[in-house]
Design a protein around this ligand. Structure first.
Ligand SMILES: [Mn+2]
Length: 213
């Protein structure tokens, strides 16, 4: 299960790499925060692939994911473990969080849907999740798994993440607007602030690290 390398290993980007194998799933994930939007995402969960590609398209992250899991039961374990791996890779890529903007926010419309995301690379895992999803499923994807995905990301990356739906009727639109807003907010927060001169963006002078990085 080799990952074809369309991420240049010599790129001086901030990267995270996770290989996570359990009895339930096997996940390989590489993330480059300083990417150009190269994505190769194969989780065997089509709607999750579609959402992860929003991070690539709108965050301009490079992201490679290969996941296989016990989807014969349901998508829960694979969805969660991809979220855990993404969170760990994000924590690694951020390291001690020197020089970044730290805060990010975005308000993304998608037709009638409007979703707001505000986040802080604080080192303090916290999720406020307020999407009012109506349907049980989007395609075959269980809509309860959206929250589970973000719980996993937050707990493994030390993000403080607020997700709020301002408008929307169609669940596909609402969730996609959420991932677009998350992508742009994360891009804003993780980009290097040239005025920060490599300092840790905290009045304490230190931010907790997450993801084993
Ligand atoms: Mn779509």
């Amino acid at each position: 299960m080799a990952i074809p390398s369309n991420i240049n290993a010599d790129h001086a980007g901030r990267t995270g790499s996770v290989e996570r194998v359990t009895k339930e799933t096997r996940v390989r994930l590489r993330l480059n925060l300083d990417g150009t939007g190269c994505g190769q995402v194969e989780t065997t969960i089509p709607f999750l692939d579609h959402m992860l590609m929003q991070l690539v398209s709108h965050g301009l992250f490079d992201l490679q994911v290969q996941a296989h899991g016990d989807t014969e039961i349901d998508d829960h374990h694979t969805n969660e473990d991809v979220g855990i791996s993404l969170g760990q890779a994000l924590g690694q890529a951020l390291g001690d969080r020197r020089g970044i903007h730290r805060f990010g926010h975005f308000l993304a419309p998608l037709d009638e849907a409007l979703v707001q995301v505000a986040l802080d690379c604080s080192g303090r895992p916290h999720l406020e999740f307020d999407l009012q999803l109506r349907a049980e499923r989007i395609g075959r994807y269980d809509t309860q798994l959206v929250r589970e995905f973000f719980v996993a990301v937050v707990n493994n990356s030390g993000l403080t993440l607020h997700i709020r739906q301002l408008h929307g009727r169609n669940d596909h639109h609402v969730v996609e607007a959420c991932f677009k807003a998350f992508a742009r907010a994360l891009r804003m927060a993780t980009e290097v602030d040239p005025r920060r001169s490599g300092q840790v963006p905290s009045s304490k002078g230190v931010l907790e690290q997450a993801g084993g990085g």
